[in-house]
Design a binder for this molecule. Structure first.
Ligand SMILES: [Mg+2]
Length: 183
């Protein structure tokens, strides 16, 4: 049996972009937001126009993505997945084109076991041919040919209809449930 192909998103799945965005906002605008107030909502939907514009501008400077914290447990989980499956990192990075270089270097630094040829920076993820996609944004699952698996982030707390990974320490168990006998 061929090994299953697992595609994994970057932002808010292995890189704490959400925390960095929140930290950036709080530093400039004060503690007006918290993960609790943002529960079930997209961060950008909660912001006044000027704050949203300023944050987008900061993110267009690719340096924003260079020092993102690694999401807890992701290195161990991806290492385990890579030893049993075909692992790809798939990031819809085209909204912030200057992030491509910093994201690539970030992956080489924190996930050196991921083959550079298995890193895919793309726009529309429906082009990805994988058995599953682990992503915090369920909109990527709508035209994706494989199984979408939601990775928990405050904004997707109310999303249903897909298997869910709440912490990376659940990942192998969830994959084994979705693909019985394949791991
Ligand atoms: Mg994401």
């Amino acid at each position: 049996m061929n090994r299953i192909r697992v595609a994994v998103d970057m932002d808010e799945v292995i890189a704490d972009t959400y925390g960095a965005m929140l930290g950036w906002l709080i530093e400039r605008h004060g503690p007006r937001w918290s993960p609790e107030t943002l529960h079930g909502r997209q961060l950008f939907d909660m912001l006044e126009l000027d704050a949203a514009d300023a944050l987008r501008e900061a993110m267009h400077d690719g340096a924003f993505f260079a020092e993102l914290p690694v999401i807890d447990g992701s290195q161990e989980a991806l290492s385990a997945i890579a030893s049993r499956c075909e692992l790809f990192i798939t990031s819809a990075a085209m909204e912030f084109p200057n992030s491509l270089g910093p994201k690539f270097l970030w992956l080489r630094r924190h996930f050196p076991f991921v083959d550079p040829l298995n890193i895919v920076f793309c726009g529309d993820k429906s082009v990805i041919a994988a058995d599953c996609l682990i992503d915090d944004n369920a909109r990527h699952f709508q035209r994706f040919g494989g199984q979408g698996i939601v990775f928990s982030s405050p904004h997707n707390a109310n999303v249903t209809g897909y298997p869910r990974i709440r912490h990376w320490n659940e990942a192998i168990g969830v994959l084994a449930e979705v693909f019985p006998g394949a791991l």
